[in-house]
Ligand binder design. Structure first.
Ligand SMILES: Cc1cc2nc3c(=O)[nH]c(=O)nc-3n(C[C@H](O)[C@H](O)[C@H](O)COP(=O)(O)O)c2cc1C
Length: 175
């Protein structure tokens, strides 16, 4: 599938079939993470692949908004190292975007579980520590997101988008 088709098709998928993700597909997903751009090409973000059911189940409790991990065939936990780059958050986010599109192009669905919370340091700390303890992530790393992956069990409802003009400006912000 070409990238524009994947962009058009991409939705958040939260119901998954029980089918496992074949190893060669996982390897292509890993390539999408590895090749995603980062500021100054620094490896400021790292990825933890999770496929063990018990771990996926435990991760569902990170926040109330990732129950779908219980059905997912796998997950990628995106962590970032602010000591390495001031662009850690942007680098982590773009890698997640690449993974999401690669998943779509391979017939998979993906869901995004936000862990890092920019506005509530205490809440972010609680969520991140929960994942940190579970997966032995060093204290200096931030835990940005958990992406659930699997073969879609159901097509989502058509997406209701706000008008393009709400977000697109031409030549200046005021137009
Ligand atoms: C930064 C970010 C954080 C998100 N956090 C969550 C989350 O914690 N749980 C969840 O179920 N979906 C989460 N989502 C998914 C969005 O709610 C979803 O992408 C959005 O509603 C648009 O729907 P679509 O992906 O089907 O186009 C997140 C998406 C992004 C980009």
């Amino acid at each position: 599938m070409d990238v524009l088709s994947a962009i058009e098709k991409r939705r958040e998928i939260t119901r998954f079939k029980p089918d496992p993700i074949p190893q060669e597909v996982l390897e292509q997903l890993v390539r999408s993470l590895y090749l995603a751009p980062s500021g100054n090409n620094l490896p400021s973000r790292e990825f933890i692949l999770v496929s063990e059911k018990a771990t996926l189940r435990a991760l569902t409790s990170t926040t109330p908004y990732m129950k779908w991990l219980d059905e997912a065939a796998g997950a990628v936990v995106i962590v970032a190292n602010p000591r390495l780059s001031k662009y850690w958050l942007q680098d982590a986010a773009i890698a997640g975007g690449f993974l999401w599109l690669a998943a779509v192009s391979l017939g998979l669905g993906a869901a995004w579980g936000a862990v890092y919370h920019a506005e509530d340091e205490a809440e972010s700390g609680r969520r991140e520590d929960y994942v940190r303890n579970l997966l032995q992530i060093p204290a200096s790393y931030r835990v940005v997101a958990i992406m659930g992956l699997g073969y879609p069990a159901a097509e989502p409802q058509p997406k209701e988008m706000y008008p393009l003009e709400r977000v697109l400006h031409r030549e200046s912000f005021r137009s």
